[in-house]
Design a binder for this molecule. Structure first.
Ligand code: UDP
Length: 405
């Protein structure tokens, strides 16, 4: 099939770890690559955020990335992009009507992409599949007044859920959230993200270890809701271990990053500064080295729409101690591939980490089960196959005219 991916703020070619670059970028890149490997044609449409970007770039994995002129050709915070979505949608329509390329299905990632996709889909007759990646209702619940999303986000998300041809939820928790919002269950299919099983495998180079110290690894964008502060607060309960945090700005900019400074100050006041290391952003292809160097991956988010990092660690044969929220409650089998604890509870977190680090046999059993589960249930090839079924289903319900001029 000819598949148009819309990912307004998250380019599959971006460097990850920054505030707005994480799981969605990885998801779109890996999914597009897997669809191409399965014989489909994929174009990813993302916003042009620099003047020197060519309109189209062929990725090494065989999909095209198209830079859409919508808003200024410079980085714009995700939460300020809404006014440019109309131009994004119009550009797609013009392009497809001009005979550039005619998609058979549009898959939108994140709600703002959904708005552009729906506008373009309505005018061209192409069906639209929506993956939210994150929901405004959940963000508002946890972040309250600190949530900088546009105020109408939740309303738009509901409207999208009721208007697109299919909603693809990534985990059961998201299904519950969407149903509570008012999106009918019958419009949804659950297809989880995958993990790159070639990059993330138990064997391979590992980052250097500090002799005599167990390693706790935590990975993600340096934002408050990822719960790194709770990991630092748990460290006094885990003596003799070191905590390595990967993500955030590149190493050179870490000194001045406000969140990194707060974490360091917290580590200082908890008396664990000598056991906490901030590494900064690491290129995607180097992530495997970091997972393989760890005894345990700790993921302590307040909420998590899916959470690729626990799955990446599992594929490397690393057990997970995580918050019992969102996608983690599907991917991490509690007591089998890791331990789940309540979110925002450093005591429970510290106790679970300590118990696991003190018990080699349990760690080994979790590691083996984690690797098996990632391999068996979460390959990108399987995700792509299940999504291709969804694409075929929605396309079959439309007249087979493709783009209508
Ligand atoms: N990641 C990376 N380099 C970093 C930090 C993170 O490549 O320095 C990748 C990580 O391997 C994962 C993604 O960014 O693929 C984060 O996805 P996740 O779903 O865990 O979190 P999100 O960013 O979507 O909140």
């Amino acid at each position: 099939m000819r598949i148009a991916m819309i990912s307004e703020h998250a380019s599959p070619l971006a460097v990850l770890g920054g505030e707005d670059a994480g799981g969605q970028n990885t998801h779109v890149a890996e999914l597009s690559a897997a669809l191409v490997a399965a014989g489909h044609e994929v174009r990813v449409y993302t916003r042009r955020d620099a003047v020197d970007l060519p309109v189209t770039v062929r990725s090494p994995d065989g999909y095209d990335v198209v830079h859409v002129p919508a808003g200024p050709a410079e980085p714009v915070a995700k939460d300020a992009l809404l006014p440019h979505m109309r131009a994004f949608g119009r550009w797609l329509v013009d392009r497809w009507r001009a005979g550039d390329w005619a998609p058979e299905v549009i898959h939108a990632h994140f709600w703002m992409s959904g708005l552009a996709a729906l506008a373009a889909g309505r005018r061209t007759g192409v069906p639209v599949v929506q993956t939210y990646h994150a929901l405004g209702t959940v963000k508002r619940r946890h972040q309250g007044a600190q949530d900088t999303s546009p105020p109408r986000r939740v309303g738009y998300e509901l409207q999208l859920g009721r208007s697109v041809d299919r909603v693809v939820a990534q985990c059961q928790d998201e299904v519950g959230e969407l149903v509570r919002m008012g999106v009918p269950r019958s419009r949804m299919t659950v297809v989880p993200s995958g993990v790159n099983l070639a990059t993330f495998a138990p064997l391979g180079p590992a980052a250097e270890r500090t002799p005599g110290r167990a390693r706790i690894l935590s990975v993600g964008r340096l934002v408050e809701r990822k719960g790194f502060a709770d990991v630092v607060r748990a460290m006094p309960l885990v003596p003799d271990a070191e905590c390595v945090i990967v993500g955030g700005p590149p190493e050179g900019l870490l000194e001045t990053d406000p969140h990194a400074r707060r974490l360091r100050a917290l580590a200082e006041s908890c008396g664990v500064i000598d056991r906490v290391t901030l590494v900064g952003a690491v290129p995607r292809e180097e992530m495997g080295r970091w997972y393989r160097s760890a005894d345990v991956l700790v993921a302590a988010p307040w909420y998590e729409p899916f959470g690729l990092t626990p799955l990446e660690a599992m594929a490397c044969g690393v057990p997970v101690v995580g918050s019992a929220v969102g996608g983690l409650t599907d991917t991490v089998l509690d007591g089998v591939t890791g331990d789940l604890v309540p979110a925002r509870d450093p005591r429970a977190l510290g106790a679970a980490i300590r118990r696991l680090l003190d018990d080699r046999i349990r760690r080994f059993a979790y590691a083996t089960a984690a690797r098996d589960r990632a391999r068996r249930s979460y390959s990108w090839a399987a995700t792509a196959e299940r999504l291709a079924e969804v694409y075929h289903e929605v396309a079959a319900l439309r007249p087979a005219t493709g783009v209508v001029a």
